[in-house]
Design a protein around this ligand. Structure first.
Ligand SMILES: Cc1ncc(COP(=O)(O)O)c(C=O)c1O
Length: 393
Protein backbone atom coordinates (compact mmCIF):
# COMPACT_ATOMS: atom_id res chain seq x y z
CA UNK A 1 0.00 0.00 0.00
CA UNK A 2 1.16 3.57 -0.70
CA UNK A 3 1.20 5.88 2.29
CA UNK A 4 2.45 9.35 3.18
CA UNK A 5 3.17 11.46 6.21
CA UNK A 6 3.88 15.19 6.31
CA UNK A 7 6.67 15.91 8.74
CA UNK A 8 5.32 17.48 11.94
CA UNK A 9 8.89 17.89 13.28
CA UNK A 10 10.12 20.03 10.36
CA UNK A 11 11.71 23.31 11.38
CA UNK A 12 11.82 26.47 9.30
CA UNK A 13 15.41 27.30 10.22
CA UNK A 14 17.13 24.27 11.65
CA UNK A 15 20.73 24.53 12.81
CA UNK A 16 23.07 21.61 13.33
CA UNK A 17 26.07 22.71 15.35
CA UNK A 18 27.20 19.35 16.65
CA UNK A 19 30.83 18.56 15.59
CA UNK A 20 29.47 15.46 13.85
CA UNK A 21 28.22 17.77 11.08
CA UNK A 22 31.62 19.43 10.56
CA UNK A 23 32.41 17.57 7.29
CA UNK A 24 29.53 19.39 5.62
CA UNK A 25 31.27 22.71 6.21
CA UNK A 26 34.29 21.68 4.12
CA UNK A 27 34.71 23.59 0.91
CA UNK A 28 36.94 21.08 -0.77
CA UNK A 29 34.34 18.44 -1.61
CA UNK A 30 33.74 19.07 -5.30
CA UNK A 31 37.40 20.02 -5.75
CA UNK A 32 38.31 16.60 -4.36
CA UNK A 33 35.99 14.76 -6.77
CA UNK A 34 37.40 16.73 -9.71
CA UNK A 35 40.81 15.19 -9.00
CA UNK A 36 39.54 11.65 -9.53
CA UNK A 37 40.21 10.07 -12.92
CA UNK A 38 37.18 10.26 -15.19
CA UNK A 39 35.37 12.93 -13.17
CA UNK A 40 32.78 15.04 -14.95
CA UNK A 41 29.47 16.40 -13.70
CA UNK A 42 26.57 14.10 -14.48
CA UNK A 43 23.93 15.40 -16.91
CA UNK A 44 20.79 17.25 -15.93
CA UNK A 45 18.06 16.19 -18.34
CA UNK A 46 14.77 17.96 -18.97
CA UNK A 47 11.75 15.84 -19.92
CA UNK A 48 9.39 18.30 -21.63
CA UNK A 49 6.98 15.63 -22.87
CA UNK A 50 6.67 13.82 -19.54
CA UNK A 51 6.05 17.01 -17.53
CA UNK A 52 2.57 17.94 -18.86
CA UNK A 53 1.50 14.30 -18.87
CA UNK A 54 2.09 14.29 -15.10
CA UNK A 55 0.48 17.71 -14.65
CA UNK A 56 3.56 19.85 -13.96
CA UNK A 57 5.50 22.54 -15.81
CA UNK A 58 8.95 20.98 -15.82
CA UNK A 59 10.70 17.74 -14.86
CA UNK A 60 14.47 17.71 -14.50
CA UNK A 61 16.45 14.55 -13.87
CA UNK A 62 19.97 14.54 -12.45
CA UNK A 63 21.28 11.39 -14.11
CA UNK A 64 23.69 9.54 -11.85
CA UNK A 65 23.69 6.48 -14.08
CA UNK A 66 26.66 8.23 -15.73
CA UNK A 67 28.68 8.76 -12.52
CA UNK A 68 32.21 7.67 -13.46
CA UNK A 69 31.87 4.13 -14.82
CA UNK A 70 29.90 3.03 -11.78
CA UNK A 71 26.27 3.65 -12.74
CA UNK A 72 25.39 5.10 -9.32
CA UNK A 73 25.96 8.22 -7.21
CA UNK A 74 27.39 6.35 -4.21
CA UNK A 75 31.08 6.80 -5.05
CA UNK A 76 30.78 10.51 -4.25
CA UNK A 77 30.45 9.53 -0.60
CA UNK A 78 32.80 6.56 -0.33
CA UNK A 79 35.66 8.29 -2.14
CA UNK A 80 35.45 11.42 -0.01
CA UNK A 81 35.30 9.45 3.25
CA UNK A 82 38.23 7.22 2.30
CA UNK A 83 40.27 10.25 1.24
CA UNK A 84 39.70 11.90 4.64
CA UNK A 85 40.54 8.73 6.51
CA UNK A 86 43.80 8.30 4.56
CA UNK A 87 44.72 11.94 4.89
CA UNK A 88 44.29 11.75 8.66
CA UNK A 89 46.45 8.64 8.84
CA UNK A 90 49.11 9.34 6.24
CA UNK A 91 49.63 12.96 5.33
CA UNK A 92 47.63 15.54 7.20
CA UNK A 93 50.20 18.19 6.26
CA UNK A 94 50.08 17.74 2.48
CA UNK A 95 47.76 19.83 0.28
CA UNK A 96 44.75 18.00 -1.10
CA UNK A 97 45.76 17.88 -4.76
CA UNK A 98 49.27 16.66 -3.98
CA UNK A 99 48.02 13.99 -1.62
CA UNK A 100 45.36 12.72 -4.05
CA UNK A 101 47.97 12.59 -6.82
CA UNK A 102 50.23 10.55 -4.52
CA UNK A 103 47.40 8.17 -3.62
CA UNK A 104 46.50 7.65 -7.27
CA UNK A 105 50.14 7.11 -8.19
CA UNK A 106 50.42 4.35 -5.57
CA UNK A 107 52.75 6.11 -3.13
CA UNK A 108 51.11 4.31 -0.17
CA UNK A 109 50.26 0.82 -1.47
CA UNK A 110 48.38 -1.72 0.63
CA UNK A 111 48.39 0.20 3.91
CA UNK A 112 44.72 -0.36 4.76
CA UNK A 113 41.87 -2.78 4.22
CA UNK A 114 38.50 -1.06 3.78
CA UNK A 115 35.45 -3.05 4.66
CA UNK A 116 31.73 -2.47 4.30
CA UNK A 117 28.30 -4.03 4.10
CA UNK A 118 26.36 -3.33 0.93
CA UNK A 119 23.48 -4.32 -1.27
CA UNK A 120 25.62 -3.33 -4.23
CA UNK A 121 26.26 0.30 -5.06
CA UNK A 122 28.09 1.42 -1.94
CA UNK A 123 30.32 -1.67 -1.88
CA UNK A 124 31.24 -1.15 -5.51
CA UNK A 125 32.10 2.46 -4.68
CA UNK A 126 34.34 1.42 -1.77
CA UNK A 127 36.04 -1.22 -3.93
CA UNK A 128 36.52 1.27 -6.80
CA UNK A 129 38.09 3.87 -4.49
CA UNK A 130 40.29 1.35 -2.66
CA UNK A 131 41.64 0.13 -5.98
CA UNK A 132 42.38 3.61 -7.29
CA UNK A 133 44.16 4.53 -4.07
CA UNK A 134 46.07 1.20 -4.09
CA UNK A 135 44.42 -0.22 -0.95
CA UNK A 136 42.44 -3.44 -0.34
CA UNK A 137 38.68 -3.88 0.09
CA UNK A 138 36.59 -6.62 1.72
CA UNK A 139 32.87 -6.35 1.02
CA UNK A 140 29.98 -8.14 2.78
CA UNK A 141 26.66 -8.61 0.96
CA UNK A 142 23.35 -10.05 2.17
CA UNK A 143 22.15 -13.38 0.90
CA UNK A 144 20.03 -12.98 -2.22
CA UNK A 145 22.20 -10.24 -3.75
CA UNK A 146 22.09 -10.61 -7.53
CA UNK A 147 25.14 -12.11 -9.21
CA UNK A 148 25.85 -9.09 -11.45
CA UNK A 149 26.28 -6.83 -8.41
CA UNK A 150 28.70 -9.30 -6.83
CA UNK A 151 30.68 -9.57 -10.07
CA UNK A 152 30.93 -5.78 -10.41
CA UNK A 153 32.54 -5.56 -6.98
CA UNK A 154 34.90 -8.45 -7.60
CA UNK A 155 35.88 -6.80 -10.90
CA UNK A 156 37.28 -3.94 -8.81
CA UNK A 157 39.63 -6.41 -7.14
CA UNK A 158 37.70 -6.65 -3.85
CA UNK A 159 37.05 -9.77 -1.79
CA UNK A 160 33.29 -10.43 -1.45
CA UNK A 161 31.59 -12.44 1.33
CA UNK A 162 27.89 -13.30 1.41
CA UNK A 163 26.17 -13.09 4.81
CA UNK A 164 23.25 -15.31 5.69
CA UNK A 165 20.84 -12.56 6.79
CA UNK A 166 19.31 -9.19 5.99
CA UNK A 167 21.10 -5.96 5.10
CA UNK A 168 21.05 -4.90 8.77
CA UNK A 169 22.56 -8.27 9.80
CA UNK A 170 25.25 -7.73 7.17
CA UNK A 171 26.10 -4.29 8.59
CA UNK A 172 26.61 -5.86 12.04
CA UNK A 173 28.62 -8.74 10.64
CA UNK A 174 30.93 -6.42 8.66
CA UNK A 175 31.58 -4.35 11.81
CA UNK A 176 32.46 -7.48 13.81
CA UNK A 177 34.79 -8.85 11.12
CA UNK A 178 36.49 -5.48 10.74
CA UNK A 179 37.16 -5.15 14.44
CA UNK A 180 38.44 -8.73 14.60
CA UNK A 181 40.82 -8.27 11.63
CA UNK A 182 41.89 -4.66 12.11
CA UNK A 183 40.10 -3.44 8.96
CA UNK A 184 38.62 0.02 8.57
CA UNK A 185 34.83 0.11 8.18
CA UNK A 186 33.55 2.52 5.52
CA UNK A 187 29.82 2.31 6.22
CA UNK A 188 27.25 4.61 4.67
CA UNK A 189 25.12 4.36 7.79
CA UNK A 190 25.90 5.76 11.23
CA UNK A 191 25.31 4.02 14.54
CA UNK A 192 26.34 4.57 18.18
CA UNK A 193 30.10 5.24 18.27
CA UNK A 194 30.41 5.31 14.47
CA UNK A 195 29.42 8.69 13.06
CA UNK A 196 32.45 10.37 11.56
CA UNK A 197 32.86 8.32 8.35
CA UNK A 198 29.12 8.35 7.53
CA UNK A 199 29.35 12.12 8.03
CA UNK A 200 32.04 12.36 5.35
CA UNK A 201 30.00 10.07 3.10
CA UNK A 202 26.95 12.33 3.38
CA UNK A 203 29.16 15.38 2.80
CA UNK A 204 30.55 13.72 -0.34
CA UNK A 205 27.04 13.54 -1.76
CA UNK A 206 26.90 17.35 -1.73
CA UNK A 207 28.79 17.38 -5.04
CA UNK A 208 25.67 16.02 -6.74
CA UNK A 209 23.70 19.11 -5.67
CA UNK A 210 26.62 21.46 -6.12
CA UNK A 211 26.92 20.44 -9.78
CA UNK A 212 23.45 21.87 -10.40
CA UNK A 213 24.59 25.37 -9.45
CA UNK A 214 24.40 27.37 -12.64
CA UNK A 215 22.22 24.98 -14.65
CA UNK A 216 19.28 25.31 -12.24
CA UNK A 217 20.29 26.44 -8.77
CA UNK A 218 20.82 30.21 -8.88
CA UNK A 219 22.34 32.20 -5.99
CA UNK A 220 18.97 33.15 -4.46
CA UNK A 221 16.52 30.91 -6.27
CA UNK A 222 16.61 27.12 -6.21
CA UNK A 223 14.91 26.93 -9.64
CA UNK A 224 12.81 23.92 -8.62
CA UNK A 225 9.78 23.56 -6.34
CA UNK A 226 9.79 19.88 -5.43
CA UNK A 227 12.81 17.60 -4.99
CA UNK A 228 12.21 13.84 -4.72
CA UNK A 229 14.94 11.88 -2.93
CA UNK A 230 14.81 8.11 -2.71
CA UNK A 231 15.93 6.88 0.70
CA UNK A 232 17.51 3.81 2.19
CA UNK A 233 19.22 4.78 5.46
CA UNK A 234 18.71 8.46 4.61
CA UNK A 235 22.27 9.67 3.97
CA UNK A 236 21.40 11.07 0.54
CA UNK A 237 18.25 12.71 1.89
CA UNK A 238 20.27 14.27 4.72
CA UNK A 239 22.77 15.67 2.21
CA UNK A 240 19.87 17.17 0.26
CA UNK A 241 18.47 18.72 3.43
CA UNK A 242 21.84 20.15 4.38
CA UNK A 243 22.42 21.57 0.92
CA UNK A 244 19.03 23.21 0.49
CA UNK A 245 18.75 24.52 4.07
CA UNK A 246 22.19 26.14 3.93
CA UNK A 247 21.83 27.44 0.41
CA UNK A 248 18.23 28.69 0.43
CA UNK A 249 17.01 28.75 4.03
CA UNK A 250 13.27 29.32 4.17
CA UNK A 251 13.05 29.61 0.36
CA UNK A 252 14.21 26.04 -0.06
CA UNK A 253 12.18 23.70 -2.28
CA UNK A 254 9.86 21.10 -0.78
CA UNK A 255 11.94 18.02 -0.01
CA UNK A 256 10.18 14.68 -0.40
CA UNK A 257 11.63 11.32 0.62
CA UNK A 258 10.52 8.20 -1.27
CA UNK A 259 10.91 4.68 0.18
CA UNK A 260 9.51 1.24 -0.59
CA UNK A 261 6.58 0.46 1.72
CA UNK A 262 8.34 -2.80 2.56
CA UNK A 263 11.33 -0.95 4.07
CA UNK A 264 10.18 2.57 4.92
CA UNK A 265 12.32 3.26 7.98
CA UNK A 266 12.25 7.07 7.62
CA UNK A 267 8.52 7.21 6.96
CA UNK A 268 7.79 4.79 9.80
CA UNK A 269 10.01 6.67 12.26
CA UNK A 270 8.07 9.88 11.60
CA UNK A 271 4.63 8.27 11.35
CA UNK A 272 4.90 5.66 14.08
CA UNK A 273 8.02 6.44 16.10
CA UNK A 274 7.01 9.87 17.34
CA UNK A 275 9.98 11.42 15.50
CA UNK A 276 12.47 9.00 16.99
CA UNK A 277 14.32 6.49 14.83
CA UNK A 278 12.53 3.16 14.72
CA UNK A 279 12.94 0.00 12.70
CA UNK A 280 10.84 -0.25 9.53
CA UNK A 281 7.59 -2.19 9.94
CA UNK A 282 7.53 -3.70 6.43
CA UNK A 283 8.57 -7.20 5.37
CA UNK A 284 11.78 -6.04 3.58
CA UNK A 285 10.66 -7.56 0.30
CA UNK A 286 11.21 -5.05 -2.46
CA UNK A 287 12.88 -4.84 -5.85
CA UNK A 288 14.34 -1.48 -4.78
CA UNK A 289 17.44 -3.16 -3.35
CA UNK A 290 19.39 0.03 -2.61
CA UNK A 291 16.49 1.29 -0.51
CA UNK A 292 15.92 -1.95 1.38
CA UNK A 293 17.17 -0.70 4.76
CA UNK A 294 15.48 -1.43 8.07
CA UNK A 295 16.92 1.38 10.20
CA UNK A 296 17.79 5.02 9.49
CA UNK A 297 21.37 6.24 9.82
CA UNK A 298 21.97 7.82 13.22
CA UNK A 299 24.26 10.36 11.50
CA UNK A 300 21.53 11.42 9.07
CA UNK A 301 18.55 11.41 11.41
CA UNK A 302 18.67 14.96 12.87
CA UNK A 303 18.70 16.47 9.38
CA UNK A 304 15.95 14.18 8.16
CA UNK A 305 13.71 14.89 11.13
CA UNK A 306 14.25 18.65 11.00
CA UNK A 307 14.46 19.24 7.27
CA UNK A 308 12.34 16.96 5.13
CA UNK A 309 8.78 17.99 4.30
CA UNK A 310 7.05 14.81 3.26
CA UNK A 311 7.71 11.07 3.42
CA UNK A 312 6.19 8.76 0.81
CA UNK A 313 6.17 4.97 1.02
CA UNK A 314 5.28 3.27 -2.26
CA UNK A 315 4.82 -0.22 -3.64
CA UNK A 316 7.16 -1.85 -6.15
CA UNK A 317 4.75 -1.58 -9.08
CA UNK A 318 5.43 2.17 -9.21
CA UNK A 319 9.17 1.50 -9.57
CA UNK A 320 8.43 -0.83 -12.48
CA UNK A 321 6.24 1.82 -14.14
CA UNK A 322 8.91 4.48 -13.61
CA UNK A 323 11.71 2.33 -15.06
CA UNK A 324 9.58 1.80 -18.18
CA UNK A 325 8.66 5.46 -18.38
CA UNK A 326 12.33 6.46 -18.32
CA UNK A 327 13.30 3.79 -20.84
CA UNK A 328 10.42 4.31 -23.28
CA UNK A 329 10.10 8.10 -23.29
CA UNK A 330 7.32 10.04 -24.94
CA UNK A 331 7.81 12.63 -27.68
CA UNK A 332 11.32 14.04 -27.95
CA UNK A 333 12.29 13.16 -24.37
CA UNK A 334 15.65 11.41 -23.97
CA UNK A 335 15.82 7.78 -22.91
CA UNK A 336 17.15 7.38 -19.36
CA UNK A 337 18.54 4.11 -18.04
CA UNK A 338 17.23 3.81 -14.51
CA UNK A 339 17.36 0.83 -12.18
CA UNK A 340 14.88 -0.19 -9.49
CA UNK A 341 16.18 2.22 -6.83
CA UNK A 342 17.25 4.83 -9.38
CA UNK A 343 13.70 5.17 -10.64
CA UNK A 344 12.17 5.48 -7.17
CA UNK A 345 12.04 9.29 -7.29
CA UNK A 346 9.94 9.23 -10.46
CA UNK A 347 7.99 6.32 -9.01
CA UNK A 348 7.12 8.40 -5.94
CA UNK A 349 6.16 11.35 -8.11
CA UNK A 350 3.93 9.19 -10.33
CA UNK A 351 2.30 7.64 -7.27
CA UNK A 352 1.71 11.11 -5.85
CA UNK A 353 0.10 12.39 -9.06
CA UNK A 354 -1.92 9.31 -9.99
CA UNK A 355 -2.47 7.13 -6.95
CA UNK A 356 -5.66 7.42 -4.89
CA UNK A 357 -3.82 6.73 -1.64
CA UNK A 358 -1.70 9.87 -1.99
CA UNK A 359 -4.44 12.21 -3.27
CA UNK A 360 -4.56 14.17 -0.02
CA UNK A 361 -0.78 14.78 -0.15
CA UNK A 362 -1.09 15.90 -3.77
CA UNK A 363 -3.83 18.35 -2.83
CA UNK A 364 -1.90 19.78 0.12
CA UNK A 365 1.21 20.38 -1.99
CA UNK A 366 -0.79 22.38 -4.52
CA UNK A 367 1.01 20.88 -7.50
CA UNK A 368 0.05 22.43 -10.86
CA UNK A 369 1.10 23.49 -14.33
CA UNK A 370 3.82 25.85 -12.99
CA UNK A 371 5.45 23.32 -10.67
CA UNK A 372 9.07 22.42 -11.39
CA UNK A 373 10.19 19.00 -10.23
CA UNK A 374 13.72 17.68 -9.66
CA UNK A 375 14.27 13.91 -9.71
CA UNK A 376 17.51 12.07 -8.98
CA UNK A 377 18.16 9.00 -11.10
CA UNK A 378 20.51 7.54 -8.52
CA UNK A 379 21.46 4.41 -10.48
CA UNK A 380 21.42 2.84 -13.91
CA UNK A 381 20.83 -0.82 -14.74
CA UNK A 382 22.79 -2.30 -11.83
CA UNK A 383 20.82 -5.57 -12.11
CA UNK A 384 20.89 -5.96 -15.92
CA UNK A 385 18.84 -9.18 -16.05
CA UNK A 386 15.95 -7.72 -14.03
CA UNK A 387 16.25 -4.43 -15.88
CA UNK A 388 15.79 -6.18 -19.25
CA UNK A 389 12.83 -8.11 -17.91
CA UNK A 390 11.16 -4.90 -16.75
CA UNK A 391 11.81 -2.58 -19.67
CA UNK A 392 11.52 -5.23 -22.36
CA UNK A 393 8.22 -6.57 -21.01
C1 LIG B 1 20.61 3.63 -6.17
C2 LIG B 1 20.43 4.14 -4.78
N1 LIG B 1 19.60 5.17 -4.59
C3 LIG B 1 19.37 5.67 -3.37
C4 LIG B 1 19.99 5.12 -2.25
C5 LIG B 1 19.64 5.67 -0.90
O1 LIG B 1 20.68 6.25 -0.22
P1 LIG B 1 20.66 6.29 1.37
O2 LIG B 1 20.88 4.89 1.86
O3 LIG B 1 21.74 7.23 1.68
O4 LIG B 1 19.32 6.79 1.79
C6 LIG B 1 20.86 4.04 -2.41
C7 LIG B 1 21.56 3.45 -1.27
O5 LIG B 1 22.37 2.56 -1.38
C8 LIG B 1 21.09 3.54 -3.71
O6 LIG B 1 21.91 2.49 -3.93
Amino acid sequence: MDTFVFNPYRRESPGWNDPVFAPFGNEDIRAFHSLLPGYRPTPLISLPALAPSLGVGEILVKDESCRFDLAAFKVLGASYAIYHFLRGRLAAHEDMAGFVRDLLAGKYPGRFVFCTATDGNHGRAVAWTARRFHQRAVIFMPQGTVAARIRNIEAEGAEVHIVDGSYDDTVRHAAEEASHNGWQVIADTGYGGYLSIPGYIMAGYLTLFDEMEGPIHQPDIPGVDLVFIQSGVGSLAAAAVWYYVHRYGMSRPTLISVEPTAAACLHDSIALGGGRMTAARGNAETIMAGLNCGTPSLAAWPMIRDGLDLFLAITDDWAVKAMRRYYHPSGEDSRIISGESGSAGLAGFMALMAGDALAEARRRLGIGGDTRVLLLNTEGATDPAHFQKVVGG
